[in-house]
Design a protein around this ligand. Structure first.
Ligand code: LUO
Ligand code: ZN
Length: 516
């Protein structure tokens, strides 16, 4: 099973080192510091030397993962920054620091002045109220106030701090007006944020980067970024690495990952799981959902085992796909720049890792009967303080989310059946060509959308969701009822199919009779 390489394709630049061409490779996930060290060692310059890179025309080249690439015919040169240049830079920093210090001093003086004005105003108001001052004194006080205000305005005009605030009358800071250009950030609308919590969310409407933004929002909204003290940039890099490690299969692709994650996010809200589970459990549920089908090859365990693929051999035919999804998930988390749990206590992380592995392995449908049976024996006396109960619930929750397409509105769910059958037919065609066993529900000559869905909805989905409903009755209306409606819809379709096929077979017999 080839590894997915394109996502980490290294970047290459060429240096002129003592007149020779020196090729340098680095991953786009390297930090500028890593690249600087690499350039120093490639140019035989001591590691911590301050350097700059110049192109053949002498222009400075930025040192970061997205630096412009060159060719062996246009070599870059790594130049140690001279002490003079360092001195210049140091001087520049010094002058910037002293200017900023001066601004703050002035700003502080203004604040002092404001306090003085405010307290004098209070005294004057008190005097006016208590002693009924003569008009001339009031006039004098007004002049005093005007002079103080002019002095304050003239001083604030001289403070050019980058963020100018507009003050309300009582001196409260209103919205900061930034003089720095505001970069175009991807922001989710209020409407999208609200829709994201519901199973009716239209998962087909979004491109990959929009789904990534939704997933990033989920982690923030659930309080996971705060709870695990995640670096927000690391979260972005992690999500990008996740997306890059889902293949473009017809069904098991990044959009399926998004569906499962978004459905999990929806169930967390609908079942009020934050009220019964810890934030660690919520993090485990979300992260397992995001990672659960990583690098899926598009061919299921039956194919892996029958074809004796590298995965089947590596994992001894024991849930080869699900073990692979786990392995890829933690390979990504082992990259420092993608490790969203870098700030989690190592012992706590070990427990989280074990729990995430348990949930991803639970998505192997071969275990469906055992897991649901185990949950059925707990659900009517469920104890959220019992770790076995909670672990079993989490397994059922990720299973529900993994196969939940038919919970969604028909126009959102139906395309997924086409995607699934396309992937299944790809496999069964290959199995036929390789002389391997073919599952009937994958055989393009035997299965139709109604037959693929009726049995699955009646004997897999509804029984499982109705069991979960015994613990969370609130899922009946917006999760179980759509399943019943979809079952009825596909049964009607099947009746039409049957009538049409009976009609056509009648016509075939009739034509035969006509010929005799
Ligand atoms: C259940 C399943 C297994 C692997 C890949 C996808 C699916 N999913 C579905 N299968 N996920 C969602 C759906 C869905 O809406 N319908 C179906 N229908 C049939 C064709 C199916 O694959 N059923 C099935 C497959 C495996 C299994 O246990 C091993 C039980 C039912
Ligand atoms: Zn899945």
């Amino acid at each position: 099973m080839g590894s997915s390489s394109s996502s980490y394709a290294p970047r290459t630049i060429y240096l002129d080192v003592d007149g020779k061409v020196q090729k340098v490779l680095f991953s786009r996930h390297c930090s500028p510091c890593d690249i600087r060290e690499l350039l120093c060692s490639s140019s035989k310059i001591p590691r911590n030397t301050a350097i700059m890179v110049v192109d053949p025309e002498g222009a400075m080249v930025s040192i970061d993962p997205t630096m412009p690439l060159n060719t062996p015919n246009s070599l870059y040169k790594v130049v140690p920054l001279s002490t003079a240049q360092l001195g210049e830079r140091e001087e520049m920093f010094q002058s910037v620091f002293s200017q900023v210090a001066e601004q703050f001093t002035r700003a502080f003086q203004i604040n002092e002045l404001k306090t003085e004005v405010t307290s004098r105003l209070l005294v004057l108001e008190k005097r006016v109220e208590l002693e009924g001052l003569k008009a001339v004194e009031i006039e004098k006080c007004k002049n005093d106030l005007k002079r103080l205000r002019d002095e304050m305005d003239s001083r604030s005009a001289r403070v050019n701090c980058p963020c100018k605030y507009s003050f309300s009358d009582d001196g409260r800071k209103l919205t900061p007006r930034r003089d720095v250009p505001s970069y175009p950030k991807y922001t989710l609308s209020r409407e999208t944020i609200e829709a994201l919590k519901k199973p009716t969310f239209d998962v087909w409407h979004w491109e990959h980067n929009e789904m990534l933004s939704c997933m990033e929002y989920m982690y923030h909204d659930l309080g996971l970024v705060k709870e695990f003290n995640m670096n927000p940039i690391t979260l972005k890099r992690w999500l990008l690495a996740i997306q890059e490690n889902y293949r473009n299969n017809p069904f098991h692709n990044f959009r399926h990952c998004f569906c499962v994650s978004q459905m999990m996010y929806g169930m967390i809200h609908l079942c009020n799981l934050k009220g019964n589970l810890t934030l660690t459990d919520i993090g485990i549920l979300m992260t397992a959902a995001v990672c659960h089908d990583l690098d899926h090859p598009g061919y299921n365990n039956a194919y892996q085992i029958n074809a004796r693929t590298e995965l089947a051999v590596r994992y001894n035919d024991i849930s080869p796909l699900e073990n692979h999804h786990c392995a890829v998930a933690f390979q990504i988390l082992s990259l420092p720049e993608c490790n969203i749990f870098a700030n989690v206590d190592p012992e706590a992380f070990k427990e989280m890792r074990q729990a995430i592995i348990t949930l991803i392995l639970a998505t192997d449908m071969a275990k469906h009967g055992d897991i649901l049976e185990s949950f059925k024996h707990k659900v009517d006396h469920f104890d959220f303080a019992n770790n076995e109960h909670v672990s079993c619930l989490k397994m059922v929750l990720i299973k529900c989310c993994d196969i939940s397409n038919e919970v969604r509105p028909a126009e959102v769910a139906e395309p997924w059946v086409d995607c699934l059958l396309e992937e299944y037919f790809m496999q069964s065609d290959r199995e036929k060509s390789e002389g391997l066993p073919v599952a009937p529900f994958m055989d393009r000559d035997k299965v139709t959308k109604p037959t693929a869905q009726i049995g699955f909805i009646k004997f897999v989905l509804i029984p499982m969701f109705e069991t979960v409903m015994r613990l969370f009755p609130q899922i009946e209306e917006i999760m179980v009822q759509p399943l019943r409606d979809s079952r009825d819809h596909y049964e009607e379709l099947k009746q039409i199919d049957d009538a049409l096929s009976e009609g056509s077979s009648f016509m075939t017999k009739f034509r035969r009779l006509e010929k005799t």
